[in-house]
Design a binder for this molecule. Sequence first.
Ligand SMILES: Nc1ncnc2c1ncn2[C@@H]1O[C@H](COP(=O)(O)OP(=O)(O)O)[C@@H](O)[C@H]1O
Ligand SMILES: [Mg+2]
Length: 646
Amino acid sequence: MKLGVKHSLATRLSLSILAIIILSGLLFTAVGATTISKLTVNEAEERVRNDLNAARLIYSGKLDNIRLEAEFTGARTFIEEILLQKDTAQDYIDVLKSFKVNEKLDVLTFTDNKGIVVLRVSNPSVKGDDQSGQELVRAVLNRRAPAEGTVIISAKDLQNESPLLAEQAHFDFVDTPKARPRPETEESAGMMLMAAIPVFRGIGDFIGVVYAGVLLNRNFDIVDEVKQTVFQGAVYKGKDIGTATIFQDDVRISTNVHNSDGSRAIGTRIAADVYDQVVVQGKQYIGRAFVVNDWYISAYEPIKDYDGRIIGIQYVGILEKKYSDIRNQAILVFSGITFTGIVMSILMALLISRGISSSINKLVTASKQLANGNLEAKVSRVSNDELGELADTFNFMATALKDRDEKLKEYTKKKIMESERLALIGQLSANVAHELNNPLQGIVTYSHLLLEEETCNEDAKGNLQKIVVQANRCRDIIRGLLDFSRQKKPDKMLCNVNTLLQGCVSLVENQAAFQNIKMVLHLEENPPMVVLDPSQVERVFLNLIINAADAMDGNGTLTLTTKHNRENKTIEIKVQDTGHGISNESMEKIFDPFFTTKETGHGVGLGLAISYGIVKEHNGTISVESELGKGAAFTVSFPLVATLPG
Ligand SMILES: Nc1ncnc2c1ncn2[C@@H]1O[C@H](COP(=O)(O)OP(=O)(O)O)[C@@H](O)[C@H]1O
Ligand SMILES: [Mg+2]
């Protein structure tokens, strides 16, 4: 059960860290990938927008060129002869023809000041038709200023300009999946870049119009120039990166987008949605578009005629594959880095969580050992954090426990030995004393009888008296032994310790041994009454006082103190002398029965043993402090809460 909890803690720790890392890693990757995609798309769209601008410049540059050709022609010296249809006009046709070919013009035509054609360089046999309805010619007739633009030329007019041009312009529509539906199946009108200029004779005499044009249908000059200058003809995986197209209405009339067979995708039509935005609504379209058979980042804008009608579309597009590959590569690299990061974080997290759980495990194991009584259990400090501190605290606690345990053991051992010894000695001495008492009584009685005999000489008397004295001494010892061993039940009553102590003092102060001893009394004023056996306690005090006098050899200061210890709720009696003090070896034994340092005949060694017994019987304590050569102080302390018996 415990093991399960512990495991689930470590597992939970690792799992939650894992979850956080993986989730944030996924999120990071998702956000990163989206950002990269967006950036790539934006970048591609920005680029294609610029490319469209460049394409527009190339387109209008072509138009400028055509106007310059027309103006150059209009400034020719022989222009008047042609426009006014002089006979000499025929002479210049060849010059104009080669000019037209050199300058790659498809149309170079002259009208009079009414718009009636006077010469078609591309088709000199057809003339006299009215071109004043043609929008550029009309503009020049009206404003007498140059006009240029993209124009739609009808099939009939194209035919007039040249049957070859009509053929070049003609398209059969190619089926295109997304194109808008159209009833027609072919286109026979053409789209032309055209410029028309007025020609004057002298100052202000308007004599006619020159117009020049280039047919855009199947003419790849512009789209290929865009591809070369804007995209530098770059190729990606076998395909042109950049493509350009010119639409007439919705039909590709000039393009470098290729069909799958490699031919130019002419006659295919634009997707319906792009047509709607560019031709119907007249807006730019920038975005990805499926062109013929590939996706392109595309830009489309309308081509307007001189009158502002939308007649076609100009298009540039960059192969999306290149950008999507770049994007995919970036995403791959990014994901790779993120993945490596995730793996490294996971490894680190596992290491850390294993470290934490192993520290905890160590603590748990050590605690168990400690609980099972192994006080040697220790935890090695593994880290410098709170867990390390915990380990230190644990070790400190274990040491403290061990210390306390040892002291306790020692103390108990001592106590057990002490009480066993006392009990044994008590029992033994009671028996011995009892057995000795009667024979001793006999010795004393018979010695007295012998002393009274008249036949007894003085020598014998002296010896008999010695026998009596020694026998009496034996009796004293035996009495003491009996006192010690009988452990009489104390007869307790309320007493004043001051009175008891003073009683003892008056008993001894007149004795010879106390003549040169200075007695000092420090008595607690109005000490609380204590429940004691007065005669037993007096005996204790007397023992202590006599011992003190013995230790001072009849010379010194004896200080007697009583004190109410309010904190411990005890009354303390202290007997202090300035005697020879107690050596360290003696200190351990002074309360043992028969321990005495006094010479034979002076002490039996029972005084302190008896006193100890009495004090214990009163639930009190007796203790001693001593400095060898300076004196000793015995303190007896009785509890105040002792109850009266019965
Ligand atoms: N006040 C004291 N100063 C020095 N030693 C003392 C003092 N009181 C007791 N002792 C020592 O304790 C021993 C035991 O005392 P006690 O039990 O009264 O026996 P006794 O007085 O018969 O020797 C003494 O022999 C003495 O060595
Ligand atoms: Mg004594």
